[in-house]
Write a protein of this length. Structure first.
Length: 120
């Protein structure tokens, strides 16, 4: 129940933020947005593999104990909200936003791979 409340709260906060006027994404921003999706696929795969290892503990309280369908559902919802939020960010800040989120997501995947390689 706590997971549901947390996801609902985050959804409401992001939906409120997205209610601002949206500018269309440039082709470069669309490309970077897709790179975030690619990094997310890596995060989904490594998270599912990590959940299958008894020696690895999931630190995200929303994903703790989730099955693969729950992991995929979480990341789908998160990425839909991410794309809506990205569209609401003023164009002159989008490069910083996209570069930061792509870098952070890539670091998460690399960390997941390192943890799986070491403990699984």
């Amino acid at each position: 129940m706590l997971r549901f409340i947390v996801v609902l709260f985050i959804t409401l906060c992001v939906s409120t933020a997205v209610a601002t006027a949206q500018e269309p994404l440039s082709p470069e921003h669309e490309h970077k947005s897709r790179l975030f999706d690619v990094a997310t696929v890596g995060d989904v795969a490594t998270t599912i593999v990590g959940l299958g290892c008894s020696t690895i503990k999931e630190l995200n309280p929303i994903l703790k104990g989730a099955n693969p369908a729950g992991v995929v559902g979480f990341f789908v919802v998160r990425n839909v909200l991410y794309h809506k939020l990205t569209a609401s960010i003023p164009a002159h800040y989008r490069d910083a936003w996209l570069n930061t989120t792509i870098g952070a997501q890539t670091l998460v995947v690399l960390n997941n791979v390192a943890v799986i390689g070491r403990y699984c």
